[in-house]
Design a protein around this ligand. Structure first.
Ligand SMILES: [Fe+2]
Ligand SMILES: [Fe+2]
Length: 479
């Protein structure tokens, strides 16, 4: 795949979402700033650039807001993590104004574009009036000639049931994933986090994840949520990813729902002890000194104290305490904290030890570049019996697959694909279900292929998404 090809893919993929994110930023700023403020110039410039590229190719730029989706030139915009909240905001904004969307055929200038969004922000339709008519008059008054607003009834679309079910499922998983991150962030950022954590809320979110993890949805896997990484908010993102992975793994092991919920909750709080570790140690780019490492190794003990303070010695809180305390002890007890009496680690701790390492290894940090998922799995396999329970390692690899959902791969014919879902049989551990995103063969473009049923194609190797410039979670959560 040439550098130009990669550039082309990147550009084609991103203009629609870039436009949405820029419009979102402009609208948010217009709530507090006048449109002639300098603050807008860069974003408007970027928005006009994205729009001009779309206009160049398609001759029209129309955005329609339908239920919970946005359509650009009648094609639904496939959300990714970055555009997701922007889209939610804009959909609400347009719906609250009784306006279905807008379109233009000629590139507006920056003044026109800003005034259009400004009018939209400031406009609130009175009950019973023709919203479109009133808004059109308002645009006329502001001298906006090139942008046309579209009524809501023009955008009703018929979406087949099964597509809608899949779309709803993906959306639900994303919403719960993001709500859990937000929940943790709010709870743990407050000064008084010991009493600030609303455990009932945490349980509700984890129970919803457990419910979703039990669905078998075609070409989509709950495991895929953990492919979402966020460099800036590592602690929260990592905790939720470990929770997702633990639930998915527990599910594959056949644990009943009640135990999955306990496991998920314990996984969510496994690193809570890190709250007491100074940030300069947690985020240190280089190697830790031996004193710093000694402090870092205290986090399981800190967690135990924190959790006991939160719950007292209750039965329900105990699993969380055990997992937080044991998750770095290692299968052969060579880890930390050291024990005087070595007793077998709790099943939940052995599960969390594996998924914790897997998520940490596959995430970029200030001190390490992320490993590709299959390389992380190989590393974990090499440490089975020492750090990890060997039986569980085997079960983990066979359920997540050697190329876990979200892995970017190159196939034997040179195509580039993203792994959507693993196949449950052990003999197909290297043959998951994939979505082709670029192929020398025109015939295969954007196809979904089950490699277990297509012997002529194999995975040649995994690729680093950052090097290729491809945002893999995008493909897991689009159609
Ligand atoms: Fe930890
Ligand atoms: Fe961790």
């Amino acid at each position: 795949m040439s550098r130009e090809d990669i550039q082309k893919i990147k550009k084609r993929l991103n203009f629609d979402k870039q436009a949405i994110i820029h419009i979102y930023r402009i609208c948010k700023l217009l709530v507090t700033h006048e449109p002639d403020n300098e603050i807008f110039s860069k974003t408007v410039h970027n928005l006009l650039y994205a729009i001009s590229k779309i206009l160049e190719q398609e001759g029209v730029f129309s955005l329609l807001f339908v239920k919970s989706d946005i359509y650009l030139n009648k094609a639904r915009i496939q959300q990714n993590i970055t555009s997701f909240s922007a889209s939610e905001y804009l959909i609400k904004l347009f719906i609250s104004r009784n306006i279905g969307g807008f379109e233009f055929y000629v590139l507006p200038d920056s003044r026109e574009l800003l005034l259009f969004f400004y009018s939209l922000i400031k406009y609130s339709p009175a009950e019973g009036v023709d919203a479109i008519k009133v808004f059109e008059d308002l645009l006329e008054l502001s001298g906006i000639r090139n942008i046309r607003v579209l009524p809501t009834q023009a955008v009703e679309q018929v979406i087949p049931d099964e597509v809608q079910v899949l779309r709803d499922y993906k959306k639900k998983t994303l919403v719960i994933y993001q709500s859990t991150i937000r929940f943790l962030k709010d709870a743990l950022s407050s000064k008084d986090y010991i009493s600030g954590i609303d455990m009932r809320n945490a349980k509700r979110l984890v129970n919803q994840m457990v419910d979703l993890s039990g669905h078998n949805v075609e070409n989509f896997s709950f495991w895929g949520l953990s492919a979402i990484k966020n460099f800036d908010e590592y602690t929260f993102n990592h905790s939720v990813n470990v929770c997702v992975l633990a639930i998915a793994f527990g599910n594959a092991l056949g644990l009943p729902k009640r135990r999955l919920a306990e496991l998920g909750l314990a996984a969510l709080f496994h690193d809570i002890g890190k709250l007491t570790i100074p940030k300069k140690i947690l985020n240190k780019p280089g190697q830790l000194t031996s004193e710093e490492w000694d402090i870092m190794k205290q986090h399981p003990l800190f967690a135990m104290k924190l959790l006991f303070n939160m719950h007292g010695y209750s039965e329900s809180g105990l699993k969380k305490v055990i997992v937080a305390l044991q998750h770095h002890m290692n299968y052969d007890f060579s880890g930390y904290p050291r024990l005087i009496l070595e007793k077998k680690l709790h099943l939940f701790s052995r599960i969390v030890a594996i998924v914790d390492t897997f998520d940490a290894m596959t995430t970029d940090r200030v001190y390490q570049k992320a490993l590709k998922p299959d390389d992380a799995l190989r590393r974990i396999i090499s440490l089975a019996s020492k750090k990890y329970d060997p039986v569980l390692v085997k079960a983990f690899v066979s359920s997540i697959g050697l190329y876990p959902p979200g892995t970017l791969v190159e196939l034997s014919d040179g195509s580039i694909a993203v792994v959507l879902k693993s196949n449950p049989q052990y003999e197909n551990i290297e043959r998951p279900i994939i979505k082709i995103i670029n192929s020398p063969s025109e015939r295969l473009k954007s196809d979904i292929i089950n490699l277990a049923e297509t012997q002529s194609l194999q995975i040649r190797k995994s690729l680093d998404p950052e090097e290729v410039g491809i945002n893999t979670p995008h493909y897991l959560f689009n159609e």
